[in-house]
Design a protein around this ligand. Structure first.
Ligand code: THG
Length: 374
């Protein structure tokens, strides 16, 4: 039976790159922040191999920006996250867990500080704009909150730095991980950050102005022709290997940042004004009782994880798997799950109840990419 198609309409917003993405032969989309996000070009496995050895252009326009502008922008930003923003400077990007008053995850964006009174929050798939606008209005803050005409284009893969240097000059090689600089394209200054949703290295260009999308895309494609540049997209296998989390899949409002393994991005004591501060200070005392882990699931390739798969040990449920894919490089199914502390130690053997039956599995205490095995 043929797979169902996605009906597109105004609600499933197109992007400035959509025509190029379709011309490149996109095979599947998901919807992310009410916008089209490509998920497959050739096959997930072909895309994966190409990403790990070449360079790809990703239309990640769906990483929408929430712009905060005004004297209270910094204060509002700190209300959203337990990460200490008092030490953040313009030129920096921070991965920022964002929480509600219970310490529950609302989003896990990348926050860019553009100026003392100006921030971009590059959001994952939840309507964070409404939460932020509600706060700004209810607290009568002096800040404008809106979605600007900005559309991230990611350049990812081992040859990404060479390609970006061809387009914007050698200077870009000195941009540090999670730092940004500005570059000029046809007279327009744009933010270029060393970041992106892969572990293969690369950059994200925050394309400003819808009409510049296609010229930017065409420039990278032309300059990268001999580097074997291709249209690509965040790759399910690669992101699971690297334990890059997906909001709505691997965590929800029912999880604290500590459960998500994002404790290293929380300085809750210093984050004065954070809405979830009291709740997180309380849970930080005890520590989480379940946490995100990488999990290797034995046997043949498993189907995509569209629902939580229970993890069992000794006849009791000890966790859930939220993302899974077969990894050609690790020659096993790689997965991300939430595991109770009784079974979260490295090497713990468990069973996963997959749609293809019960499978033996092993809990890893680090991303696959940080293991020394292959
Ligand atoms: N880039 C930008 N915006 C984004 C994403 C992005 N918005 C949506 C989504 N991705 C947000 N989620 C993440 C998840 C992981 C990372 C970035 C955004 C990430 N994590 C690194 C890791 O886990 O290894 C750690 C980052 C760090 O050390 O600071 O990169 O990708 N613009």
């Amino acid at each position: 039976m043929a797979a169902p198609h996605l009906s597109v309409s105004r609600r499933t917003r197109m992007t400035p790159f959509s025509r190029r993405v379709e011309a490149a032969g996109v095979k599947a989309y998901t919807v992310y922040n009410h916008m089209l996000l490509p998920t497959v070009f050739q096959t997930v496995e072909d895309d994966y191999r190409h990403l790990k050895s070449n360079v790809q252009l990703w239309d990640v326009s769906c990483e929408r920006q929430v712009e905060l502008t005004g004297p209270d922008a910094g204060r509002l930003a700190q209300m959203l996250t337990p990460r200490d923003l008092s030490v953040m400077n313009p030129g920096q990007c921070y991965y920022t867990p964002m929480v509600d008053e219970t310490g529950g995850m609302l989003n896990d964006p990348v926050t860019l500080k553009l100026a003392e009174d100006r921030y971009w929050i590059s959001v994952a798939d939840s309507d964070l704009l409404f939460w932020i606008k509600g706060l700004a209005f209810a607290l009568r803050l002096e800040v404008d909150v809106d979605e600007p005409d900005v559309h991230p284009l990611a350049i990812q893969g081992p040859k990404a730095e060479d390609l970006v240097a061809r387009v914007f000059g050698e200077r870009i090689r000195s941009i540090r991980y999670f730092g940004y600089d500005t570059v000029e394209f046809e007279g327009k200054r744009m933010v270029l950050a060393r970041s992106g949703y892969s572990k293969q290295g690369g950059f994200e260009l925050y394309v400003e102005g819808w009409q510049r999308g296609e010229p930017v895309w065409d420039t990278f494609m032309r300059e990268g022709a001999d580097l074997n540049v291709r249209a690509g997209c965040p790759n399910l296998i690669e992101r699971i290997e690297g334990q890059l989390l997906s909001y709505g899949n691997d965590m929800t409002r029912n999880n604290t940042p500590h459960e998500c393994g994002l404790g290293r991005f929380c300085q809750t004591r210093e984050a004065i004004g954070c809405i979830g501060r009291d709740a997180l200070l309380r849970v930080a005392v005890e520590g989480p009782v379940r946490q995100i882990r990488s999990i290797a699931i034995d046997g043949d390739p498993v189907p995509p994880c569209t629902d939580l798969w229970p993890i069992f040990a000794g006849g009791r449920q000890v966790g859930t798997v939220s993302s899974a894919a077969y990894s050609p490089d690790y020659r096993t199914n790689v997965a991300i799950g939430m595991v109770r502390m009784t079974h979260w130690d490295n090497g713990t053997r468990v069973q996963v109840d997959t749609p293809h039956g019960i499978r033996a599995a092993t809990v890893w205490d680090k991303p696959f990419t940080q293991q020394d095995r292959n």
